[in-house]
Design a protein around this ligand. Structure first.
Ligand code: PLP
Length: 416
């Protein structure tokens, strides 16, 4: 019988799709709980990339011979898959970059440099990843732009009380759709509407949201959306920048070189059409093909089911670990699983996150410890680092139970 979107994911079947998950660490089956940093890759993605190298490896957009055309078609087919995956209007709006960080740097380096002068205001939030902070701060140093910050409430949600005042006179708003530390889902549509009403463009960081739920850039009202393939079952080395076509058309090039030019002479150059205007040099061809395969793979699972599965696991983790450890475990961010994704930053006893992560590794449980590239947020939380477990399509309750067992052992290890 065909699965419907209300059926849960069959995690045993999903797990078997990911070769790495069959390995052991320190003689124990791996429990991978760091998908917010990077996801594992299903065999179909690896095979699609191998297939490119083994059968159609050629540079794209240049050769007129058969395999060059096949490679070009495969690359551009992936662009179409990305467009459909996020509900964009046309392929011109889908720019391939190196990663989300480069996508955000492209927005600031091109749109920002062309449109922002001394004293102009950009509004960010206290939960942004450094990738949506530092590029703006570079412009702040260079141009003297003003950065205003949307604060957080006590549960790690954006406090929008002063939103109108913060956006007053602003030219851009940068916001993450979901915090990579707190798990918080932000009210993106409310924010992009407010930005538009104030004449500001919206730059949405979709790194943690796009891999885990259905994305529709029209519904989000985003002018720009950045994300990385490697967090959504795809390879490293490729990211995406979605931009509204009229904005991208008006923007100057970001990087110069092959592919982004229409013509060059000793007197100057003219730029290629979108999206290639922003794709200088040989693009990540195999990676784009891998990204296309990843999108196909997630499509077969169904993004609604992915979200429902992760919501369930998040709720299970918070409930079962709280029952087991009481006040010894504390989760940062909203306590209601409806308000957050599957990223669980936690404090355990009074142990240092790095100590926790190291002992968990001895039990083959992979969690991240650190500032998660969100140092302004760490300061607000009053911590230097957190331990963070994050789930994806291949995790199930047994992984959460394994985390609990390993935490118990960690507590015992440090009890002396
Ligand atoms: C919310 C968020 N934004 C941006 C990034 C940067 O992604 P990348 O390192 O792939 O450029 C990450 C990655 O951890 C992230 O979680």
């Amino acid at each position: 019988m065909a699965l419907t979107t209300t059926d849960p994911l069959d995690v045993d079947v999903v797990k078997a799709d990911f070769p790495l998950l069959s390995r052991t660490v320190h003689g124990k089956p791996i429990v991978y709980l760091d998908s917010a940093a990077t996801s594992q890759k299903p065999a179909v993605v690896l095979q699609a990339m191998d297939h490119y190298y083994e059968t159609i490896n050629a540079n794209v957009h240049r050769g007129v011979y058969t395999i060059a055309e096949e490679a070009t078609n495969a690359l551009e087919a992936s662009r179409g898959k990305v467009r459909r995956f996020i509900g964009a209007g046309n392929d011109a709006e889908i720019v391939f970059t190196k990663n989300a960080t480069e996508s955000l740097n492209l927005v600031v380096g091109s749109w920002g440099r062309a449109n922002l002068a001394e004293g102009d205001v950009v509004v960010l939030t206290h939960m942004e990843h450094h990738a949506n902070v530092v590029p703006w701060q570079i412009l702040q140093r260079e141009r003297g732009i003003e950065i205003r910050w949307i604060p957080l409430d006590g549960e790690g949600r954006l406090d929008l009380t002063d939103l109108d005042r913060l956006l007053d006179g602003a030219k851009a708003l940068g916001v993450t759709a979901m915090s990579n530390v707190l798990g918080t889902f932000n009210p993106v549509r409310t924010l992009t509407d407010a930005a538009r009403a104030h004449g500001a463009v919206s730059v949405v960081d979709g790194c943690q949201s796009v891999p885990h739920s259905t994305t529709d850039v029209q519904a989000l009202g985003a002018d720009f959306l950045a994300f990385s393939a490697h967090k959504l079952c795809g390879p490293t080395g490729i990211g995406v920048l979605y931009g509204r076509q009229e904005l991208l058309e008006a923007m100057p090039p970001f990087l110069g070189g092959g592919e982004m030019i229409r013509d060059v002479s000793v007197d100057g150059f003219t730029t290629n059409d979108l999206p290639w205007k922003f794709e200088a040099g040989t693009p990540p061809i195999a990676e784009a093909i891998g990204l296309g395969a990843a999108i196909d793979y997630l499509g077969t699972l169904g993004m609604d089911k992915v979200r429902a599965h992760e919501r369930h696991l998040t709720e299970y983790a918070m409930r079962s670990l709280s029952e087991r450890f009481g006040d010894d475990i504390r989760f940062h961010g909203p306590q209601n699983a409806d308000e957050r994704g599957g990223v669980l930053s936690f404090a355990f006893k009074d142990l240092h996150p790095h100590d926790i992560s190291q002992v968990l590794d001895e039990h083959a449980v992979c969690v991240r410890a650190g500032h998660h590239c969100a140092k302004p947020l760490m300061k607000i939380l009053g911590v230097g680092a957190t331990a963070r477990a994050s789930v994806y399509v291949y995790n199930d309750e047994s992984d959460i139970d394994a985390l609990g067992d390993a935490l118990e052992a960690t507590g015992e290890f440090f009890a002396f």
